[in-house]
Design a protein around this ligand. Structure first.
Ligand SMILES: Cc1cc2nc3c(=O)[nH]c(=O)nc-3n(C[C@H](O)[C@H](O)[C@H](O)COP(=O)(O)OP(=O)(O)OC[C@H]3O[C@@H](n4cnc5c(N)ncnc54)[C@H](O)[C@@H]3O)c2cc1C
Length: 317
């Protein structure tokens, strides 16, 4: 057997990965398969996005985590010998991918941002290195060729008329030694920054936490989500870690990104490369963010942002 396999934590990410997966499947003449571990209702969506095989994982016991599926998936891979296995780049999927790759004695390209089949039908996978300053090309000579792919790297393809599907129900996994003891929701969790149309990003140009108020007011007027640079979330803890944009945070793809007092170091820019319009306000005309901005304003955020808010209020009224 062969195949292109997909596993991601959420439905949208599954649909995104099915799109490049389908293209690979066509080029390699291999079936496209996806793992389902939640709602069986999703099967029809997967099939209409090209899945030809569904591996249905049994529900997990309340104290089990996704990790419990690792031996099951690795065993299946040993039997079915997929060509390529693409997983999401969420923390849990990355952990699973590493364990599966180790169990299969194969390589893994983590946080892959693009790939291509070369003339020898090997996957050339690309990922950012040196803090986003360079792109590394990875070819894995062992099989399956595995990669984890961040959400939003690919877009879901359009739904097609569904073809035939093979549904394979997998056996209950053996309980993992890793037990889930408690779940706590993240009270501050950002409402989908990765999908926001407008992002207002706060940098160290803001002097104190209470100044976030003006960024929030601007964001509210624009229907934007608030993101930040790493020092704001990791050092100052003004905003939660999952709102940090960049190499060690999330990648955003808004129509409009507004940077307030953001210097524009490469590790941050990595996360905003796909923004359609970048608008930066910074009081240093040499700030590197201006090199990647479509619009830049050299000015003090404490003067510019209140004026912007006033103008927006007049326009929106
Ligand atoms: C391995 C690694 C991974 C990293 N990952 C990330 C990441 O994912 N995301 C990330 O953001 N960073 C990341 N960093 C950190 C990154 O290198 C920068 O340090 C960080 O992005 C800088 O944040 P900043 O722009 O808020 O602060 P600064 O670089 O301090 O910039 C503040 C800017 O505000 C301007 N300013 C000051 N006062 C005003 C004012 N009143 N009005 C207008 N402008 C003003 C200044 O001119 C300056 O340009 C990483 C670093 C490493 C080494």
């Amino acid at each position: 057997m062969a195949g292109i396999w997909i596993f991601a934590e959420n439905h949208k990410h599954c649909l995104e990965l099915l799109n490049p997966g389908q293209k690979l499947a066509q080029k390699l003449g291999s079936p496209l398969a996806i793992f389902l571990w939640q709602d069986k209702e999703l099967i029809k969506d997967y099939v209409s996005h090209g899945a030809e095989q569904i591996f249905v994982l049994p529900p997990l016991a309340a104290d089990q985590t996704l990790e419990a599926y690792v031996p099951l998936i690795a065993d299946l891979a040993r039997r079915e010998q997929p060509d390529v296995f693409l997983l999401g780049s969420s923390l849990r999927c990355k952990e699973m991918a590493a364990r599966i790759a180790a169990s299969l004695n194969t390589g893994l390209c983590s946080d892959c941002i693009a790939f291509n089949l070369n003339d020898s039908k090997a996957l050339e996978m690309e990922r950012l290195i040196f803090g986003g300053a360079a792109i590394q090309k990875v070819i894995c000579v062992t099989s399956p060729q595995m990669a984890t792919i961040p959400a939003g790297t690919f877009e879901a393809g359009p739904a097609q008329s569904p073809g035939e599907v093979r549904i394979v129900e997998l056996a209950d996994p053996l309980p993992s030694v890793v037990k889930l003891i408690d779940k706590k929701s993240n009270a501050h969790q950002s409402a989908n920054l990765t999908e926001a149309r407008v992002v207002v990003c706060v940098g160290r140009g803001l002097e104190k936490e209470s100044d976030l108020g003006m960024a929030r007011e601007l964001a509210e007027l624009l229907g934007a989500e608030i993101g930040c640079t790493r020092p704001i979330s990791e050092e100052l803890h003004w905003l939660p870690e999952d709102t940090c944009i960049g190499l060690s945070g999330i990648k955003v793809k808004p129509e409009l990104y507004i940077g307030l007092g953001v210097s524009g170091q490469i590790q941050h820019i990595t996360g905003i490369r796909d923004a359609r319009i970048i608008f930066a306000i910074n009081n240093d005309e040499n700030a590197p963010i201006f090199d990647v901005s479509n619009y830049g304003m050299v000015g003090d955020v404490y003067k510019v942002v209140p004026q912007l808010i006033n103008e927006l209020k007049k326009t929106i009224k």
